[in-house]
Design a protein around this ligand. Structure first.
Ligand SMILES: [Zn+2]
Length: 278
């Protein structure tokens, strides 16, 4: 029995031009579009996903932290952070959320998997000082130092103990994905490469009992954008991002699949109703 649960850990707001980039625009043009865009999308959930599997409980992403709602937490020199707005109450962080579900974040998880190292996926890491933390090596490499700080990561805010197990998805192909990194011995949970939103981004594929779950991180912000093959406004590599969307669509047409992006407001309903991608 495998169960996947969406856990909302506060809200994020972004410009419409961040959620959906213009197809004809390159990486720089997309960022200009975000700065010029006066329109904000409605607040979006910041989601983590709990996978309960016979080999253990696994958490995908950790959300953001209430500290990000406090002036001074985000570096003022980076104007990009004025294009996003994070609202997380202390009790909305992933640690309290898990405790509300009867799960002790310090003891009850086998591993935490990060799809990528953006701040709204790593902000809850403080709750897991003794847990195995797994993340994609290629994305970690572009997420540290000044480079990472320019690109939406806050390495200066990561817990001092953070020493993630960095993995490369060079294992068996899964459907359209050329490689994978199996998380469980039975191969039913794997990381697959979904680059584009950022270099080295990975998604998590869960082969459930009746459907597959595609925990997409930020490979797409919205199932509708996946349908339309619309890439986001922050990608530095729109062509790669588009190829990733096509691969996810191919996967989801090869077997009944629930698409679960980290900021898609419909994930909880999609899980409750088993609304597969079609
Ligand atoms: Zn991201």
């Amino acid at each position: 029995m495998i169960k996947v649960t969406a856990i909302e850990t506060g809200k994020a707001r972004m410009k419409t031009a961040q959620r959906t980039g213009r197809d004809e625009r390159g990486p720089v043009g997309r960022k200009i579009d975000i700065f010029r865009d006066p329109n904000w999308v409605d607040p979006l959930p910041i989601l983590c996903f709990l996978i309960e599997h016979p080999e253990g409980r696994f958490l995908v992403d950790t959300g953001d932290t209430w500290r990000n709602s406090v002036p001074g937490y985000l570096p003022g020199w980076n104007p990009f952070y004025r294009q996003v707005s994070i609202r997380v109450a202390p009790e909305e962080e992933i640690g309290p959320r898990l405790r509300d579900m009867g799960i002790d974040p310090a003891r009850d998880l086998s591993a935490v998997v990060l799809t990528h190292f953006h701040h709204d996926h790593t902000g809850g890491l403080d709750h897991f000082p003794h847990t195995r933390i797994i993340g994609p090596r290629e994305n970690y490499a572009v997420s540290t130092g000044i480079r990472g700080m320019m690109m939406g990561c806050l390495p200066q805010r990561w817990p001092v103990w953070l020493d993630p197990e960095l993995v490369v998805p060079d294992g068996p192909a899964i459907g359209p994905f050329p490689g994978s990194w199996p998380l469980t011995n039975d191969g039913r949970i794997s990381l697959v490469p979904t680059p584009g939103h950022v270099a080295g981004h990975c998604s998590v594929v869960v082969q459930g009992d009746d459907v597959a779950y595609f925990i997409a991180g930020d490979a797409t912000y919205l199932q509708d954008n996946l349908h339309a093959e619309r890439t986001d406004g922050v990608t530095n590599d729109p062509a790669t991002a588009r190829a990733t969307l096509r691969a996810i669509k191919t996967f989801a047409t090869q077997q009944p699949t629930l698409i679960l992006p980290a900021h898609d407001p419909d994930c909880a309903v999609r899980l409750a109703t088993k609304a597969v991608f079609a």
